[in-house]
Design a protein around this ligand. Sequence first.
Ligand SMILES: Cc1ncc(COP(=O)(O)O)c(C=O)c1O
Length: 366
Amino acid sequence: MEISFNRLDRGYKKYKSEYDNAVIDTLESGHYILGSRVKKFEVEFSDYLDIKYCVALNSGLDALILAFRALGIGHGDEVIVPANTYIASVIGITENGATPIFVEPDEYYNIDANKIEEKITDKTRAILVVHLFGQAAEMSKIKDISIKHNLFLVEDCAQSHGAISNEFVTGTWGDIGCFSFYPTKNLGAFGDAGAIVTNNEKIFEKIKMMRNYGSRIKYQHEIVGINSRMDEIQAALLSVKLKHYKDLRTEREDIALKFLEGINNSAIELPKIREGLEHVWHLFVVRTNERNHFQNYLQDNGISTQVHYPIPIHLSEAYAYLGHMVGSYPIAEYYSEHMISLPLYEGMAEDEIQYVIDVINQYKET
Ligand SMILES: Cc1ncc(COP(=O)(O)O)c(C=O)c1O
C-alpha cells in the first residue's frame, strides 16, 4: 500500500461543492481584495477563539513579523523563543532587527517553561511561545513569567488552531496570537494565508493599517506599512473550512488515538500529552534511535514520512551569524536527530491507518 505523508486533495473533496461555490461566488462578486469575505472570516475566526479582534493577513510569517513590529520590538531587543521550532518563528523576530534567545524544549517538544527565566536580561522585551505539533505549551507558568518580568507574550499558533491549555484556547493567552493557514495546517487555506488575533484595540488598528501600506484611508499613509492582505478567495474558503473545523479536529484526534493505542513497539517513543490540554494533532511525531533506518524501512513499505525539523534553527546556515555551535542546545539537537512525523491527514482511510500501525509494529532496529 502507498501512503503519502499528506493528501490535501482528500480534504478538498470532502466539502468539494462548498469550496467550489465559495470560489465561484467570490469570482462573480467582482471584489477580490479586502472585501466582505475577509471581514466575515475575521469575525468568524475571532468568535471561534472568543477573542475581540482578528486581522487577516497573507501568511503566518507576516503575522509574526507584524506582531513584533506593532509591539515596537526592534534593534537591541531580545526575544525568548524555543530552540525547537520552525524557522518562521525566528524570522519574525530577526526581520525586526531583534535578537532571538533560544530556550531548550521540554518532553512535550515545546519551550521548557522552567528554563525561561534564566534567559531573561534587561534587554528582553518578549516571549514568543510556539505551540508545536498541535499541543499547547505550559501557558499558565509562561503567562506568570511574562507578567512578573513585564514582557510581551506572543503566541505562534501556526500549528495549534483550537488547541486548549487550561481552558483557554491558544492565541488568547498573550498580547497577540499569530496564525498560519498554509494549506497543510489544520485550518488550511488553498494558498498562503495567515492572521493575528488580539484583545488590544490599538494593536488591532495598527496591524490593520500595517497590512495595507500603512493606510486606513486610501492613499493616506500614516505609517510605513507592507502589503500583507489575505485575498477574498482564501477568506471565503477558510469560512467553509472553519464551519467544519470541529469535525476535522475530531477526525485528526481519532487517527492520533488509533496510533497511540495501536503502535506498540519498544523502538518507537510515542508523543506525550500534557495534562489539562486538548491536543489538535497537527503532526504525529515519534522518536526512534535509528531514525534514518526507520524512515527507509517505512518508505520501503510505501509509507512516506517527514522530519520536523532536521536542522535546529541555531545550527542553520541562515543563523550562523548568531554564533551558536553544536552542543549549544543539546536537547533540541537530540530531538532533531531522532524525531520523525507519521502521515496523518483529513480523509485518511481506516485500512491506511491500520497499515501504518502494522508496519510500525513489525519494525526492528538493526
Ligand atoms: C510554527 C510555525 N510558525 C510559523 C509558520 C509560518 O507560516 P506561513 O508558512 O504561513 O508563513 C509556520 C508554517 O509554516 C509554522 O509551522
